[in-house]
Design a protein around this ligand. Sequence first.
Ligand SMILES: [Zn+2]
Length: 90
Amino acid sequence: MDERDFFIEKQEVRTHTINCPSCRQAAEYQIRWLKRTKKPSLPPRANEEDRIRFKAARDYMVRIDDFVRCNTPRCGKRIEITSLQTVAFL
Ligand SMILES: [Zn+2]
């Protein structure tokens, strides 16, 4: 059984403050995350191994956006998001 069968997926936008390394301005950006919330129960086709994995599974979020465009006029450079983790447990 795939890990996707364990979770309900929902896209979520969160606001984060990010510093631009080029112009050194901090600003708020809308970052997309994919939120995976554990299902209330496993589908009936789950086997013993799936049940063990499901029990250990936790809700988490995966960051979708890797880059933002600097919103400072005259900069507009691409900023790689390094200040946020790629996976966050809830
Ligand atoms: Zn900038």
